[in-house]
Structure formats: structure tokens, C-alpha cells
Design a protein around this ligand. Sequence first.
Ligand code: C2E
Ligand code: CA
Ligand code: CA
Length: 765
Amino acid sequence: MHQISQNPFKKLNLRSQRIFVVALSVVVLSIILSLSILSNQNQRDVTPDVSNPITIKYQVDGNYPPFSYVHENDLVGFDFYLTNIIFPSNLYILDYSTDTWDNVYQRIKEGQIDIAGVIAVNEQRKEDVLFTKTLFRSFVSVFTRHDFNITSVNDLKDYRIGVGKGYYTENILRDELKLDYIAYTDVNQAILDLKDGKIDALFENDQLIKTLLIKQELTGTIVEQITDLYPRDHAYAVSKSRPELVAYMNTRIDELQRSGVFEEIYLNFFYENSDTYINQRNQSIVLWVVALLFGSILLFRSLQRVIRELKIRLSQKVTELEHANLELRDRYSEIRSLAYFNQVTNLPNRNQLRHDLSLLTRTPDAKAVLIMVDLEHFNEINDAYGHRTGDRVLRIMTDRFRSIVPEEGKLYNLTSQQFVFVGQPLNREIFSTKAQEILSAIHQPIQVDEHLIHLNSSMGIVFYPEHGNSFDELISCVDIAMLETKRHRRGEFTIYNEHMGQMFQERLNLIKHLRDALHRDAFELHYQPIVQSIDLKPVGFEALIRYRHPTKGLQFPNNFMDVLEESQLIVPVGYWIMETACRFITDYNAINATDLSVSINISSIQLLHDDFIQNVTEVLNHTPCKIQNIVFEITESVTLENVDLAIERLHALRTMGIQIAIDDFGTGYSSLSYIKDLPLDIIKIDKAFVQSIHESQKNHSVAQTIVSIGHALGLTLIAEGVETTEQHQILLALGCDRIQGYLISKPNPASYFLQASSTSNPDAM
Ligand code: C2E
Ligand code: CA
Ligand code: CA
């Protein structure tokens, strides 16, 4: 038995600095660990006491590197290091020594020593000794010279095999493989014999031989031929007499393995990771994989749940969206129908026409005809019979129109009384037939309840692309054509032409000018004297309006009056006329000490305007004019448009003291009989009768009749447009009270009469 120094670290010349550092750290760790053990010592089988350390008899094979071997007189190796850490020096005295394996094993069997180091576990040994838990697993390899070739363990029987005497490997050869072998007490000798060809193979623990080969510098000469044979668990062999040590050591080994200290030591001696470590690592990898898998499953599950919830919510949202969508669609069609359909006739409206025309104008080679129909005075039906009746009339009219529109055509309802037909352009004949059909559909009376309603219309017609390339152009052209019908061909139709367009443009410009004419003082009133037929004594003046155009000079009413009326500008301009005429006659009478009257032409638009009576009252209030010196001239047509209101207004005016004259008498539709219902003072015989009175018997008799009826009604008669003495004489003979015309004087500006009269110029009249 080799006795070695008690302190294993005192004289240790370690193989390398690294081992020392690791060993030191391992020792420090072991101290920390032993302190923790101390705190739990009650639970332990062995209860070491610092004051009374326990002696452990530890003996190992001195030539079994890297497990245990002697180096420069000191015991070193994995086994020894680990044992020192398992048994901290403050608590245990490690009584250590080495011997050949044969002897060591004999001693442990007999209980002469407590621990025999880390050895391979086999059934036979289990009978002899106790084992701690497995520290690692070790393998057997077959080593040969490098030029030798053995591929299978079965071939070993043909060779001379060496093995360590008493080693577990010997047991395998003998008991399991049942082979002959040479057992070496010193394995180093076996290696040398192998090198020298005294044996062919070495059957031994691979870690042991590899370490020895390095030591003997025979790596490469002797090589591993068959590896990883007979794996054997390795554990501490403990004497059966010290079973309490097994429990203690197992706890320590567990601690060391968990803390990584074991692995550090193992790595230092075997230059590879221990299978414990590998197992642990594999286990932890497996654990990680399991955890990952489990986590993934959990994640997957929760994701599935989340997805399921999301799906439910999504489908709820989809349903909600679908509902919203349906609602939107309903709303949309509602809005669309409001935006694109007339609510009364259910026909597409102006917006739809705009849309359809924009499509049409984008279609190459497209042609179309647009017929615009305006139901005249339709609002009066609403006013007279109520909107319900008006709507029914429109629906009946729509049905009639629908039956006329050809299949490829389309019918629109732009405003309540405006309809548009769009169709293929037909040749003129067919086209006029269609237009006539529309007209007769309109003219056919409509029976609504007890009312029989007659309608009239104006129609305008345009062609695409001749008359315009866009909705706006086409609509403005068809409007122009329709206005033209209104002005000149009531109840018929007009096909648009370029001349109309020019005229219309001029009218537009004129309207523009007329709008600010009042501010520019561009209007003037001229006055034409009215005299007694019998002695040509002046009785009054007729005020006649003139407009001074910025470029064209003085304009007569026939050039602008209809524009003033259509644009309603006649209302403010009419106010100015009344005011100006009143001032004139006041001034004239004041200057000349006369009591002449002024005749003011009142258009139907003015008369029927809501503010008319109020306007008249205002004018009379702020001009010092005598009411009885004012005559309002109205034409027959005034009374035709809204008979009741017109008569009502005339009565009101007359009650105020204003005289009423009916102008241009004999030209209109009115019959002589109806004038008896009008509140009149004067009848003015139209100049058309006057001017041919001397040559046309017919006109003569008309004039004669007018005079006699007028007189019969107690009215004053004025003949206008008297240019010749002859005309004057005839009218005088007919008994016409007053005359007016170029024979007496042309219309002249106010200044002409006011200055002239102030200088007593007799020509002024
Ligand atoms: P009216 O009321 O019949 O006026 C008479 C028209 O005959 C005037 O034309 C006058 O200048 C013209 N005249 C007068 N004597 C003769 C004559 O001997 N021979 C011929 N050939 N014509 C004569 P004017 O001034 O061009 O007015 C035309 C029409 O314009 C008027 O016809 C009247 O209806 C309208 N008008 C004129 N001034 C006003 C006005 O201030 N307000 C309104 N509402 N209408 C007006
Ligand atoms: Ca007149
Ligand atoms: Ca007249």
C-alpha cells in the first residue's frame, strides 16, 4: 500500500494552472456547499462535527488515470478531486492511499477501507460492495497497433488479448465473451506489449488507455479499433460496513451535479463532457422541447381560442356590416331616388339627364334629339286647385307622355312643369309628327275630380351633336328654343338655330347691362304730349322709357322692355318710372301753372307683383304729386293673365284716385264686351287702326265702334299714333276726345318741356 501525503493540495504540482484554478474554485464552492449542508445536518445520516471530524479510509488504484494515479509522489485524478470535495476537510479526514486494483478491491470487500474510488458497476461487485449513485457511464474499446485491423469483437478469439488484472474488463472477457487473455497487473505494460507486438489487442476502458497513451506518447501508434463497447455505469464503491456514507455521498453528488461542480471536475480530467452532464443537457433539451411543445400547444390552444373568438366577432362584424350595407344600400337607393328621380312623377330628373347626356357625349358617333316641354302656367293650377290636384295632373300627363316616347327614347321630368324627351333623331316629318303628338297630349283636357283642366305648353328642340356637346350647352340651347316658342309661337315648338343662340347671347348681355342701368342713370323718361282733339289743348303727357346703352346709344322700349319684364327688372325700374314721371308732372304743372296729368305705362308683371300697391303708395307719399293727375296705362294682355287679381288691383288703384287707361285697345283677344267689367277711365285706340284709318274702311269702322262703345261706357277716348292732319280730322269727326302722335309732338326728354315751357316756347307742346 502506497502511503501518500495527508494534504493532497500542499505539494501538488498540477498539470496546468487551469486545473489549479478550477480546483480552487471547486474547493471554494464545496465550502459554501458544506456550510449549507451544516445547516441541514439534522436530516443527514452522517452528522459530522467540526470539532470531531470523521475519518474516511479511501484507497484507490494508483495507476488508473485519469481516475486516479500518482504524479510526482502525489495522488491525483478525477476520483481523488471529487472525493475531496464530497468530503470537506473541516468535517472529514480523508485517509487516502493507493495500491494495485487487486488489493484495493480485496480491502473494500473486507471492510478494511471505506471507499475504493469510482469503479465500474457489475453484478459480481454489487455482491461485494455498496455503490453510490451512478456518476457516469464508461465504455470499453479494443486497441491495436495502428497497422492492425480488427473490425468485430467476434474476431478477438483469433488474437492475443491483454486486459487489466481484476478490472471489470477482465470480467467481461472472462464471463461474457469467454475469451482467453493475458491479465496485466500494470496496464502500462500491456500497452508496451501491444506496441511491441507481444499482444495483438488491448481490451480495456477507453478513458484509461487514452490517458495512458498520451502519457506514453503512443497516440497514433496504438489506436482504438472498436469503440463504445460494453457501457458500464461507474459509481463509488463503498464498504458494506459504511452504508451511511452512501446516502451522504449520494446527496453530495446530487448537489455537485446540480451546481455544475461535478461537470467542471469531470471536464478537466476527461476532456469531454460527462454523460451525466450530457444526460442532463439532453434532459433539459428534452424539457425545453417539451416545454416549448407544451408552450406551443398552449399558445396554439389559446391562439385557437383567440382565433375562434375573433372568428365569432368577425362573423358578428360581418353580419353587422352586412346589415349596415343593406341599410346603406336602401339609404343609397333612397338618396339616389331623391337625387335622380322626381318624387311626383317618378321620372328621372335633371341630375339623371345630366348623367345620361354625359354618357351620351362620350359615346362615339352618338346622335340624339332633345325635346323640352314646358307646361305653361302650371303653378296656377297648384294655386287654384291645390298641390294634390297639381300632382295628379302631372302624373296623368306623365302617363300620356310615356305612351308617346319611343322604346329607345327616354323621358325626364326636370322641374314640376318641365319635361324632356331624349330620343334618336328622326327625320323632320316623323319628328314633327312626334312633336304634334306631344302637343295634342298636352292640349287634351284633364279631368281631376270636378275640375276640367286645360294645359298649354311651349316646346324647344335641339339636336346632338349639332347644337351642343355637353349637358349645359344642350340644355341652354333647348331653353333658348323654348323661350323663343314662348315669345313668338305660344303652344307650338321651335327648333333651335344658331341665330337664336346669338340673339340669346345678346339678350344675356343686355340683361347684364340693364341690371345696373338704374345705378348708372342709364334710363331716361321721354314725354309725349296728349292733346284735346277739338283744340289741341294739352291735357297731359305719356311717359315713355328710353335706355342709354353704353355702346349702342339710346334704345327704344321694343329693344329692351321684354327683357326687363322677363328678368323682373321692370319692378324696380317701374318704381323709378313712377317716381320720375310724378316729379316731372309736378314740376311741369308748377312751372306752367297747369293741371296736366301724366300717363304711365304699367306692365302686367308690375301690376301683378305683390308689392305693386305698396310701391305706388310709397311713390305717392314722397312725391308731391296730385293723385288725380296720374294715369296708369295697362294693356289688354295684363287682364288676361290673371283676370281676378288684375281687376282687384285696378279697383284698388282707382279707389286711390288713379285713372286707368286701357292701352293698344283693339289689338288683343279681348272682346269689347269684357271692358265693361274693368274699372276704366280711358280707352287708347291702338295706332294700328289710327294709321290706316283714312284708307281702311274696316279700321275706320273698328275705330268708330270703339269710340261709341267707350263713350257709351262713359270713358274718355284717346287715339295714339296720329301723324297726319287727315287722321286727326277723321278721329275728330268720330268723336275721339284726345289725340297723341307725331302730329303734335314726338316724345322728348323732360328737360325739353320744362325748359321750353319756362321760356314760354309754344313749340314745346
Ligand atoms: P305705347 O304705350 O303704345 O306707346 C306709344 C308708342 O308709340 C311709343 O313708342 C311712341 O314713341 C310711339 N309713337 C308715338 N307717336 C307716334 C306716331 O305718331 N307714330 C308712330 N309710329 N309711333 C308713335 P315707344 O316709346 O317706342 O314705346 C313702345 C312701347 O313700349 C309702348 O307702347 C309701351 O307699350 C312700352 N313702353 C314705353 N315706355 C314704357 C314704360 O315706361 N313702361 C312700360 N311698362 N312700358 C313702356
Ligand atoms: Ca301707352
Ligand atoms: Ca299704345
